[in-house]
Design a protein around this ligand. Structure first.
Ligand code: GLP
Length: 264
């Protein structure tokens, strides 16, 4: 795992945007349409603002990019302002040149939910798999809506939300009673099939989850720890989110060595 500790949330967003742009370029070099895995929540908003800015500045195009979102609530229509369909449209898609038909968010409204989850897996593999999967992390270490206890072999499926997740996400709703009770989420095995993974975390409330993800035992008790099994993962955090890591000095040394070797 590469662990990058930065001084501000803005630096985290800029670094993440560089990684996304790099993944797009690399896919194009192999003459393949780039496929991004995207996340929602407060954390990636800075990344999306940065991507929109780069598009407006004419230095980044999404014209041939395909995207797959991690998850969607069950029980909210796509036009609901707390649905992840709406979030993606408002935070990113309508501001850039991505083609709407190339963007995918799990379908959960007025449909057969298990069939929808299965179809999502098929759609990802037909697109050739995900080049770069962007992730946030829940305060309890969940990724997507893979709640604590999720099988490390899980695929896209229907998942009941924990009380912790519903209470963390209640800030976006009028009351906790309005927070959906379930979601369709990519599974942990689905996420681990991405060719590279970028997890973003900012703020002291993520410090425990980040420490468990990077330095804890691999366990369904902290779903993000499964990322240790993937050969190409970058964890980008600000200092408060890094505050419970034991090996900060080593991660910083590694970044210095990386910079030095790249400059020779
Ligand atoms: C939700 C999403 C996750 C996200 C998490 C943290 O549970 N399903 O993908 O990582 O919230 O969100 P935030 O970035 O707002 O803390």
């Amino acid at each position: 795992m590469r662990v990058v500790i930065l001084d501000s949330t803005e630096a985290v967003s800029r670094f993440a945007a560089d990684q996304v742009a790099g993944a797009i370029d690399r896919a194009r070099e192999t003459r393949k349409p780039p496929v991004l895995g995207l996340a929602t929540g407060g954390t990636p908003l800075g990344l999306y603002n940065e991507l929109v800015q780069r598009y407006r500045d004419g230095i980044l195009s999404f014209a041939d990019v395909f995207s797959f979102n991690l998850d969607e609530y069950v029980g909210l229509p796509p036009e609901h302002d707390q649905s992840y369909h709406y979030y993606m449209k408002e935070s990113l898609f309508r501001h850039i040149d991505i083609r709407t038909e190339n963007t995918s968010v799990p379908q959960t409204w007025n449909c057969d939910l298990p069939a929808s989850a299965k179809a999502y897996e098929t759609k990802i593999s037909h697109a050739g798999g995900i080049d770069l999967q962007v992730l946030g992390i829940g305060t309890d270490g969940h990724i997507g809506f893979n709640e604590v206890g999720s099988s490390l072999a899980s695929r896209t499926r229907l998942k009941t939300l924990t009380r912790q997740t519903r209470s963390d996400n209640a800030r976006y709703f009028a009351s906790i009673d309005e927070v959906p009770i379930a979601a369709i989420t990519m599974g942990i095995a689905t996420i681990l099939e991405a060719r590279s993974i970028l997890l973003l975390a900012t703020g002291a409330n993520k410090a425990k989850a980040v420490a468990g993800c990077v330095e804890g035992a691999v366990s369904s008790g902290l779903p993000a720890s499964a990322l240790q099994l993937h050969p190409n993962v970058t964890i980008v955090v600000d200092r408060p989110a890094a505050s419970l890591l034991q090996h900060t000095e080593y991660y910083e040394d590694s970044e210095r060595v990386r910079a030095k070797l790249q400059s020779v």
